[in-house]
Design a protein around this ligand. Structure first.
Ligand SMILES: Cc1cc2nc3c(=O)[nH]c(=O)nc-3n(C[C@H](O)[C@H](O)[C@H](O)COP(=O)(O)O)c2cc1C
Length: 372
């Protein structure tokens, strides 16, 4: 009898054509609660939706006859010069997505020549991530235990991190209703590896109708961070200091005056204050307000090279990319993340070429029309 598999057509692996194409395979392999934790925003997810809608409304006027053949995508960001004006956004607990978690995504970022930002609440210790990555920046959450904050900053220095990013938009976790409804809890094998000594117990202790991650955050994070604390941090580190989670131009100016080398215009991917504006909407005002005082980075809804071009044209020096890289990690581990970052580089090169720009710096001189 003939082997029935003989007659089966061979299914060729089709490489994703866009970053969005990584979402379906990721969703297929992830538990529903993890998918919701990654995808979800806070409240009615109005701000989450606004991030994408605002980017779609940004029309960029291409220049012609500029004589550009192959643009150079390299760009200067606070931690150095990188292959693209792109960094991997800090994202918690990446072992939820793939057993190799942070180490795989950091290694992919190294291959792509872009910085990887390691979260305070990573599921691998920052030393392991720094060893796997190329340029690794450490993302700091302000914790109730000041000694622990100081210790994390020292560890980031010792591990060779090239920038320190402090996230200032999480005094408490936004009300992420998907996680509340799912009673979302970290599985036992996923821990807050930088916070040794049982500091993540609460994240593992679920109760129906509550988010264990929110309970853990509430216990560990210090809500009352102030400008004086930012000044303390500036004193404490010689690394480039990046302040993430700024929307009001006045706060951006004050961050620069307090010694920040960069701010990230961000609403945390729509996961914190629901009803906050889309980050693309406020980006131009922040850029104008800070002027040359510090670098302005952007995140929220970046899903391809065209979005990077839009952010540059609105005045950003670079972008952070979040969820699509988690999809790629879930779908294909390190190789998946490398494919996604490679695709983004190719898309950015095409977008720059089509807009007549020799490099990301030229893109910052493009004009935009909102809603055009
Ligand atoms: C699953 C997940 C975990 C996150 N964890 C952190 C974190 O630990 N620290 C932080 O500063 N931001 C965190 N963020 C926010 C991202 O750094 C970034 O601001 C946001 O995802 C950008 O939007 P995008 O996902 O639309 O690209 C997280 C986002 C997601 C989706």
């Amino acid at each position: 009898m003939a082997d029935p598999t003989d007659t089966l057509p061979e299914v060729a692996f089709v490489p994703p054509a866009s970053l969005a194409d990584f979402a379906a395979p990721a969703r297929a392999v992830l538990p529903a609660g993890v998918w919701d934790f990654v995808e979800g925003g806070s409240g009615t997810e109005t701000t989450l939706a606004a991030n994408r809608a605002a980017l779609d409304r940004v029309a960029v006027l291409p220049r012609v006859l500029t004589g550009v053949d192959i643009p150079d995508t390299a760009a200067d960001l606070p931690g150095g010069r990188y292959a693209q004006p792109v960094a991997v956004a800090p994202m918690a607990y990446q072992k939820l997505l793939h057993p190799d978690g942070e180490v795989a995504l950091a290694a992919a970022a190294r291959t792509a020549g872009v910085p990887y930002v390691a979260s305070t609440v990573a599921s691998a210790p920052l030393e392991e991530v720094a060893a796997a990555g190329g340029d690794v920046w450490f993302q700091l959450y302000w914790l109730r235990d000041r000694d622990l904050v100081a210790d994390l900053v020292d560890r980031a220095h010792t591990a060779g991190c090239t920038a320190l990013m402090v996230t200032v938009d999480v005094p408490v976790l936004g009300r992420r209703l998907r996680d509340v409804r799912n009673g979302f809890t970290l599985p036992p094998q996923v821990t807050a590896a930088n916070l040794a000594g049982g500091r993540d117990d609460l994240a593992h202790r679920g109760a129906p109708g509550t988010s264990a991650v929110a309970a853990h955050t509430g216990a560990v994070f210090q809500p009352a961070m102030s400008w004086a604390d930012l000044a303390w941090l500036r004193e404490r580190t010689r690394l480039p200091l990046v302040v993430k989670g700024v929307l009001d131009p006045r706060d951006a100016v004050r961050a620069a005056e307090t010694g920040a080398d960069a701010v990230v215009v961000s609403n945390h991917g729509g996961r914190q204050l629901d009803g906050a504006p889309a980050s693309a909407t406020v980006l131009p005002d922040v850029v104008t307000a800070v002027g040359p005082r510090c670098t302005v980075l952007f995140d929220g809804g970046v899903r391809g090279g065209t979005d990077v071009l839009r952010a540059l044209a609105l005045g950003a020096s670079g972008v952070l990319v979040g969820r699509p890289l988690l999809w790629a990690l879930a779908a294909g581990g390190r190789a998946g993340a490398e494919a996604a970052l490679g695709l983004l580089a190719a898309e950015l090169r095409d977008a720059l070429t089509l807009a007549g720009c020799a490099d990301p710096g030229a893109a910052r001189h493009l004009r935009t029309l909102i809603g055009g």
